[in-house]
Design a binder for this molecule. Sequence first.
Ligand code: FAD
Length: 501
Amino acid sequence: MDQSPHAIRSILIVGGGTAGWMTAAALANTLRQGCTITLVESEEIGTVGVGEATIPPIRAFNQTLGIDERDFLRETKGSFKLGIEFVNWGRQGHRYFHPFGPYGRAFDTVGLHHYWLRAREQGETAPLCDHSMAWAMARQNRFAPPSPDPRSVLSTFDYAYHFDAGLYARFLRSYAEARGVLRVEGKVAAVRQHWETGFVTGVTLEDGRDLDADLFVDCSGFRGLLIEGALKAGYQDWTHWLPCDRAAAMSCENAGPLTPYTRSTAQEAGWQWRIPLQHRTGNGYVYCSQFLSDDDAATRLSQRLDGKALGDPRPLRFVTGRRNSFWTKNVVAIGLSSGFMEPLESTSIHLIQAGIAKLIALFPDRSFDPLVIEEYNRIAVNEFERIRDFLILHYKLTERSDSELWRYCAAMDIPDTLATKIEHFRRNGRLIQRDADLFGPPSWLAVHIGQFNTPRGNDPLIDYRGVDGREWLGKLRAAMQAEAARLPTHEDFITQAIGSR
Ligand code: FAD
């Protein structure tokens, strides 16, 4: 079939990290003819090389590409993730779980947590997370996919993965190259623009080669070679809300059982991640350079590993925030070039996926209709800001006052959009949602309750229902524990899954 004379005929992706190869794979899968896709990357510059924990929508990304879960787990040394355990966040010595999926099954018009709050007033001590199937499995190191039977408690959870981001990029590279994506090794030295419109016409590599295209996807990482270097999109700095700006990352040998969850432990000047993969455990200390030196961060991280260190700590620097504009002229920024909000809830790879989905849904022609660009940017701003608020919630809701960082966070001003949500929950335990929010009510609930934003009152509806939730909550907990105990261990499940082809 003939293409429109205005159709995009060539795309250049600048950068071959997770963002570049996810974009290349998804575009190759979508644009099956009529458009060449080229990716340029520089081995010498390398990639960020961290980014190992994800959230459930990643499964839809892989499924759209037709990737088999077992192949994916084998190739990326992946493991399963049922949520995040937060240690020492609300208070020192306290822990809670942010599960993927709801708390139990909807059994009444009034949410489960209102019955749980009422039961607490009556002396019940079971924590909220004991009503989550994801936590029932996580605490016993068990895993199996959700049941398709909606009557089973085993249908009431969701899951994501931990994986080696470098191996994932390699895996997607093979996928993309098999579908015609051309990879060019080289360093971009200059970006060429139309003298009048400012549209990017091509890039010139250090060795003098020119790469031209109609559409450019900037996946060059924090540098933002095209979106910032050439087009000067500008950056909104959110450091006053999300103050961590450095990380030290290192791996260690696995020690103990393979846990199907990420752990985030709040530390004196930030927090430490623990991400278990099949062959090693990823660790990192995300910290605020105003309150801790790089050397101290590296030393403390090395001292707080579960297993024997594999290599030295690797330093990383970033500024939390977002580009003022994600799509400008004929350049779309995807990945770290579009902004970064620190890895607390593992949202960066998701934002790559969301950027790709929007680009495909709003795929342009060479007229680059401003209406399309405006819509892309509008949605992206909302996505970033809703995630931003959820992340700030973790820092703001702390009772810790034992170090400068936590005193700063407890006292800092927060966006009005977040303040409203905190106040609604504090008054009546209501979880309000105004815009499309990546994190649904159960996620917000986990953090509010887990970090002691305890409602002063209950949903007034509960008194009209005539239901005593205590017995039901007790049965739910027992059913979840019993069902979890019947599942294979996480490790056995992975061994079976990757061995069964
Ligand atoms: P990069 O990995 O930096 O890739 C940039 C690419 O551009 C490279 O290929 C590079 O060679 C190329 N390039 C740059 N300049 C040039 C040039 N001049 N010429 C040619 N090529 C060039 N995300 C999650 O989802 N979960 C997590 O748990 C998580 N943890 C993180 C922890 C930390 C401390 C950090 C900093 C990030 C984390 N992320 C996480 C984010 C995740 O790492 C990134 O979103 C992801 O790796 C995508 O990076 P990228 O591809 O945009 O950039």
